[in-house]
Each structure stands twice: as C-alpha cells, then as structure tokens.
Design a protein around this ligand. Structure first.
Ligand code: NI
Ligand code: MN
Length: 231
C-alpha cells in the first residue's frame, strides 16, 4: 500500500484502486517544500473536522479532481451547498464505498469553520477492504471510545494518530491509544507544523519502542510503501 505524507494530518493513500486524501492543509504548511497543491490527485477527500489546518485546500483540490468529500453531515452539506460532491456520515455509522468500507468513529475535539460556522461532530475514520484495515484518528484526545474500534472493525494493520500534544493527544497518550485499538504500528501526525506542536522525534520513537511498538515519523512530502500482511 502506497502512502504519502503531505504534512500535518494530510495523507494520500492508494487504497482499493482509488486515491484517498485526508485533511488537506498543504499550501499553508511551511514545512512542505516542492509540493504543488495543483498536482495532487484524489478520488475521495476525508475530512475529520472543519478547522483550517484540516480543510485549507479542500475546495482547490476537489474543484480540479472532482473528488468526493467524506465527512460529518454538517461539513458534507457545507460543501455540497457549494456544488462539491460529498457524502455525509456521522459518528458510529459505516458505508461501503467503491474502494472499501468507511466507519466514522468518535474523536474528542472541537470543530468550526474558519468563519466560526458550526462544524458538527469531530470524527476519525476506520477504513478497510478484504485485505487491509487502518485508522485515521483526526484530531483527538485519548478517549476510551477507541476501545470500541477492535470490537467493531477488522484488525488494524496500522493507525495514524496525532502526537503533537497541546491541541490533541501527545506521545504518551498515543501509546495508550495504541493499546486501546490493538495496533502497534503507528504513523504520527499533527506534529511540528506549528510551535505549539513541536516534538522531540528521537524521544517519541523511543517512547513507543520501550513498549515494543513502532512509531513512524515521515518527513512531509515523503512516501512510504507499507509492507502489510494480508489479514
Ligand atoms: Ni483541530
Ligand atoms: Mn488540527
């Protein structure tokens, strides 16, 4: 499975024959060099919530690619009212798309558009097909609700968790989250983009290693070919 990190919480993931993009914040990310928003391909754009650092480039990418926006109802309807394709969901619901199944799961955070308009529920997504399953947590605190994921979804191959602290959980809480979701391969997000979320990389990786877990910290703009066992 090919996964590219476009910085902050933005990942481009080739899944089920389609290109999925999460929380595009690209043109505003000073850490991301040599990536042109107008070159990014997407069939689906998954939005965890409406904060600027998660939606900045949605319209620009969706307009050019015709990608379908998957998010909570309030965000999906906001974009469908602007004539973008969208699929509304809400917490606890799942839907079978042409690339696989998406379950929207709880996140503990807040959500409003940059102009203050209500952004609805904040979510994460568990995404699976016959072979693979992963969790994109979005912006969230550590929450006991994460324990529901292994009870209701296939076994996770990897999970993308925020680790930058201040606005979301930090590294120590992410280690506990990895226990809750029964997944020891974690890809970090929501770190280093702003001064509030700068982290010590070596320390973060060691914190996971000490619990026999793997924390992968990708450099913005870098791709990774994930070698995954088929379930
Ligand atoms: Ni946020
Ligand atoms: Mn954020």
């Amino acid at each position: 499975m090919k996964l590219s990190y476009l910085g902050h919480s933005c990942f481009q993931i080739h899944f089920g024959g389609k290109i999925l993009l999460t929380d595009p914040f690209i043109s505003g990310n000073g850490l991301l060099k040599d990536v042109n928003v107008d070159d990014i391909e997407a069939d689906y754009i998954l939005l965890s919530h409406a904060h600027q650092d998660h939606i900045l480039d949605v319209e620009r990418i969706a307009k050019r690619t015709g990608a379908t926006i998957i998010s909570c109802a309030e965000i999906a309807y906001h974009y469908s009212n602007l004539a973008y394709k969208s699929h509304p969901m809400n917490i606890g619901g799942k839907w079978k798309f042409d690339f696989g199944t998406v379950k929207m799961v709880n996140a503990v955070h807040s959500s409003s558009f940059p102009d203050g308009k209500y952004g609805g529920a904040v979510g994460g997504f568990v995404i699976w097909d016959e072979d693979y399953c992963f969790y994109f947590a979005g912006d969230t605190a550590l929450t006991l609700d994460m324990q529901i994921i292994p009870m209701t979804c296939p076994e996770l191959d990897f999970a993308i968790l925020p680790i930058g602290d201040n606005f979301t959980m930090g590294v120590d809480d992410a280690v506990i989250a990895s226990d809750f979701i029964h997944c020891d391969r974690i890809i970090g997000c929501h770190f280093d983009t702003f001064a509030y979320v700068e982290i010590d990389h070596a320390k973060a990786i060691m914190t996971f290693k000490n619990e026999n877990k793997q924390l992968i910290l990708l450099e913005p703009g870098k791709s990774l070919e994930l070698e995954l066992d088929e379930n």
